[in-house]
Ligand binder design. Structure first.
Ligand code: LLP
Length: 421
């Protein structure tokens, strides 16, 4: 459930009319609902009730400071994957003791910064990384807390670009090598092994792959303990999918996912961490855009929007479906007609939807892309020198711009001219 609903024939974000925000901010822009963000976070937190746990929001999904502060105020930890995300989490007031650091390519500078600023644990993805963390931590005279990410060779049954738990993927160490790698870790200076980490992919719509992976992690926990390692924490990653259409069957709920976690690893006495991103932010955000032109082509009509692939790359990159809804609720009985919905960027890939049934729309009309809160703004670029679009947040009957649109001068003045020009 989210808080983007029609009220009196107009799409609202919580208690604010989307059209009113569009008049103040100018399209296109991202719009987030505080109530939806906090509701989704709490669903996970409650799903793990009874187990010692920390929900570490995967901030790669949406990392505006206002979003991080909203979630941190609810008790969220953060899952970061770069020095930049670490700095963002700290700037939002999240203590290092609530930040886990994932990713296959942590640099020396990133490792050092996290050790200096405080870190709950590094999720280590390879032996060279383990050695780098050991060297840096030992040089600083500290013990770095580490969990080792294992690759369980489980098919997450999701889009190939976002599956991470098969042996051909670049992530983690093969689970069959885990005991040897933990032995290696135990022998290195500057490390404190705290647990096991796993993440098999994103937008999973079935619990079975999670179950297969978590059972393997449970078995590994027992094997490692028998080898003498102290395993006190299990980081079970993110990946629970969201409904992208209102019509399709909904994916499993956080509550079912929590029950699965309790069933598979609850008996081990470990503290559990999870790293959901999409389920927290995805349906807590929409992209609001305006029709520029209605263009009749051969056998098709194009709706040309003022948002483009640089603002929301998911359809071009993953053939992702986003529901697109008019901001003015169509009158009952209106016959939808098919449109190709496109942006202004000079590529045919700048197509959001083909033959999408929509109510009659024309220039100036506002439409909203639903489910755009996760992997939307964070994946945007300034291709075609289109400024990064503003982000706006609603809280009850208030709204605030949480990232303004840069001016053309601000964009141009970031470039510097070499002395020979
Ligand atoms: N933890 C790790 C280690 C991850 O790699 C990811 C996502 C997550 C947690 C969060 O997964 P989530 O709960 O959001 O599914 N840009 C793609 C999604 C990429 C996901 C990458 N890793 C998209 O737009 O679909």
């Amino acid at each position: 459930m989210d808080h983007f609903l029609y009220r009196d024939g107009l799409l609202h974000a919580e208690d604010v009319s989307v059209a009113e925000i569009a008049a103040a901010v100018e399209t296109p822009f991202y719009l987030y609902s505080t109530a939806t963000l906090t509701r989704h976070f709490k669903l996970f937190d409650e799903a793990l009730e009874g187990l010692p746990h920390l929900v570490c929001y995967a901030m790669k999904a949406a990392s505006n400071q206002a979003i991080l502060k909203t979630l941190a105020a609810q008790g969220a930890g953060m899952d970061v994957v770069s020095g930049g995300e670490y700095a963002r989490a700290r700037a939002a007031g999240v203590p290092g003791s609530r930040i886990v650091f994932s990713g296959v390519g942590k640099t020396n500078a990133e490792i050092r910064a996290a050790l200096e600023g405080g870190i709950r644990q590094f999720n280590v993805e390879s032996e060279p990384e383990l050695e780098a963390i050991s060297r840096i931590a030992a040089g600083m005279g500290v013990a770095a807390p580490v969990a080792i990410r294992v690759n369980p060779d489980v098919d997450a049954k999701t889009h190939a670009k976002i599956a991470t738990g098969k042996s051909e993927n670049k992530f983690g160490i093969p689970i069959a090598r885990a005991r040897a790698v933990y032995a290696h870790a135990a022998a290195l200076p500057g490390l404190k092994v705290v647990g096991i980490d796993v993440h098999i992919g994103s937008q999973l719509t079935d619990l079975a792959p999670f179950e297969a992976a978590y059972r393997k992690v449970a078995d590994l926990t027992e094997a490692l303990r028998a080898d003498g390692h102290e395993i006190t924490r299990l980081d079970l990653g993110g990946g629970l999918g969201i409904p992208y259409t209102r019509s399709n069957e909904a994916p499993p709920l956080p509550m079912d996912y929590g029950a699965l976690i309790k069933r598979t690893v609850g008996h081990l006495g470990c503290e559990v961490e999870i790293e959901p991103g999409r389920l927290i932010a995805g349906n807590a955000g929409i992209l609001v855009t305006r029709v520029i032109y209605l263009k009749s082509g051969e056998g098709r009509d194009f709706l040309i929007l003022d948002a483009a692939m640089n603002d929301l790359i998911r359809p071009a990159m993953y053939e992702a479906h986003h529901d697109i809804v008019p901001v003015i609720e169509p009158a009952p009985g209106i016959e939808p007609q098919p449109f190709d919905i496109v942006g202004p960027v000079c590529e045919s890939g700048d197509t959001f939807a083909r033959a999408r049934p929509m109510p009659p729309l024309g220039p100036g009309d506002l439409v909203a892309f639903r489910s755009a809160g996760a992997y939307g703004a964070v994946m945007a670029s300034e291709y075609n020198t289109r400024p990064l679009i503003p982000e706006v947040m609603v809280h009850g009957d208030q709204f605030a711009v949480i990232r303004p649109r840069p001016s053309f001068d601000e964009i141009i003045n970031r470039d510097t001219i070499p002395q020979w020009l």
